[in-house]
Write a protein that binds this ligand. Structure first.
Ligand code: NAD
Length: 263
């Protein structure tokens, strides 16, 4: 617990679960006001919001924008600035996955992944930049992936979107280079969130092996450390990117993949 981000306000997209929730918690633990965002059962989402507020003592709001809808994304940015009086930090984190080879990849899944994992970050960044400039300090952090740097089979849309967000990160960094605003990417390897649990379960069922055995197999294929990256580690990286030590880090991939992309 600290107060490095006291008086600052953040919007973290896709933050009712997994990595985004841990990132929101890390910001709130530094005194930052945070607008959560995500889809799901309203009662469950309100419980997540209230628990985080009680746990951290920070102001926590919720906006239910669907990240595939540009008007709702813009509204989430505006409502965050309205509610907290300013917007300093934007974390473009919402993401979905679908795996299939290209010749069987459903077109609607391609469109949804590109919209949520890539275009949403453009719409949110466009809407947020005037607020960050008005605040006189800003951080934009895009949750990319090891798949923003290298590819895997059966993930055409995800890999294309994550490579795309690396490009958007660099352009945002260049367009804000002379301002007290930075834009960076965080590139995790495997993190055991619901998004990855679904992949482990599917693989375990297909092979007829126990889930825990398949989790080790999944790690062994890609992540030399053979350990999952944790959401808490990624929250810590986000806080570091918001610290003065990171003032000159912009347009950079911040890799936390246990050696995946070093191979
Ligand atoms: P998750 O499924 O646990 O959480 C995803 C979050 O996004 C949830 O809050 C969900 O409600 C929200 N969301 C999904 N679709 C949405 C939509 N249309 N509008 C608004 N919110 C929406 O997943 P996660 O693993 O925490 O993934 C978060 C990010 O991290 C994603 O961008 C993902 O690609 C990236 N990532 C994950 C891993 C991993 O191994 N889990 C690795 C690298 C990168």
């Amino acid at each position: 617990m600290g107060d490095m981000l006291k008086g600052k306000a953040a919007l973290v997209t896709g933050s009712t679960s997994g990595i985004g929730l841990a990132m929101a918690r890390a910001l709130a633990n530094e005194g930052c006001s945070v607008m959560l965002n995500g889809l799901g059962d309203p009662e469950e989402l309100e419980r997540v919001r209230a628990d985080l507020a009680a746990e951290t003592g920070a102001e926590i709001g919720f906006h239910g924008a669907d990240m595939s809808k540009p008007a709702e994304i813009r509204d989430a940015v505006e409502k965050t600035a309205e509610r907290f009086g300013a917007l300093h930090i934007l974390v473009n984190n919402a993401g979905i996955q679908h795996t299939d080879p290209i010749d069987r990849f459903p077109e609607d899944k391609w469109d949804a992944i590109l919209a949520i994992n890539l275009s949403a970050a453009f719409h949110a960044t466009k809407a947020a930049l005037p607020h960050l400039r008005r605040a006189g300090w800003g951080r934009i952090v895009n949750t990319a992936s090891a798949h923003g740097l290298v590819a895997s089979v059966c993930k055409a849309a995800y890999v294309a979107a994550k490579h795309g967000i690396m490009g958007l990160t660099k352009v945002t960094a260049l367009e804000t280079a002379e301002e007290p605003i930075t834009c960076n990417a965080i590139n995790p390897g495997w993190v055991r969130t619901p998004l990855v649990e679904a992949q482990i379960q599917a693989r375990a069922e297909e092979k007829g092996v126990p889930v825990e055995e398949e989790a080790v197999a999944l790690l062994s294929e890609k992540q030399p450390s053979k350990q999952f990256t944790t959401p808490e580690q990624l929250g810590g990286m986000l806080v570091f990117l918001c610290s003065p030590a990171a003032d000159q880090i912009t347009g950079a991939p911040m890799i936390a993949d246990g050696g995946w992309t070093s191979q």
